[in-house]
Design a binder for this molecule. Structure first.
Ligand code: CTP
Length: 131
């Protein structure tokens, strides 16, 4: 069994999220997602997610190519999360290119091209403009 892991907030779930998860799963048999807690998202992006942790968890867990979702509480614990979940490969979008290379001693690390022209931030901005 080849185990894949990825991380993110996946707020306001959109097609870019679905595609990276589907492509990540295609590299193995089992996909684990480390889903940022609301507090971790605030510390990374300076805003609370639109969807609560529980709603994001429910959405991601409903996708057929996602096998397991856990709460990522701290960026500093990434190495422990990778080891705990026995990941053979870490997959991230290429907006993170190079940023996870330090974990190449415990698993393979690859970066996949982002889906163009869609992001949570952009969706929020478009909705705000329409108010
Ligand atoms: N992702 C992607 N294509 C997009 C948007 C995101 O492949 N168009 C990937 C990211 O590279 C990451 C994962 O989806 O590996 C989760 O990203 P996240 O930061 O939660 O989503 P964004 O839409 O990038 O959110 P934001 O605009 O708040 O940064």
């Amino acid at each position: 069994m080849r185990r894949i892991i990825t991380f993110g907030t996946f707020d306001v779930l959109h097609v870019g999220h679905v595609r990276i998860l589907k492509r990540a799963k295609a590299h193995g048999d089992h996909l684990t997602v480390g889903l940022s807690s609301d507090e971790l998202n605030f510390s990374k992006k300076g805003r609370n997610p639109i969807y609560s942790f529980d709603a994001r968890l429910e959405l991601l867990s409903s996708l057929r190519f996602v096998d397991d979702v856990f709460k990522e509480e701290s960026l500093e614990q990434k190495r422990e999360y990778i080891i705990k979940h026995k990941a053979d490969m870490l997959v991230m979008g290429n907006d993170w290119e190079g940023r996870f290379d330090e974990f190449k001693d415990v698993c393979e690390v690859i970066y996949l091209p982002r889906t163009p022209s869609v992001s949570t931030t952009e969706i929020i901005e478009i909705i705000k403009e329409q108010q």
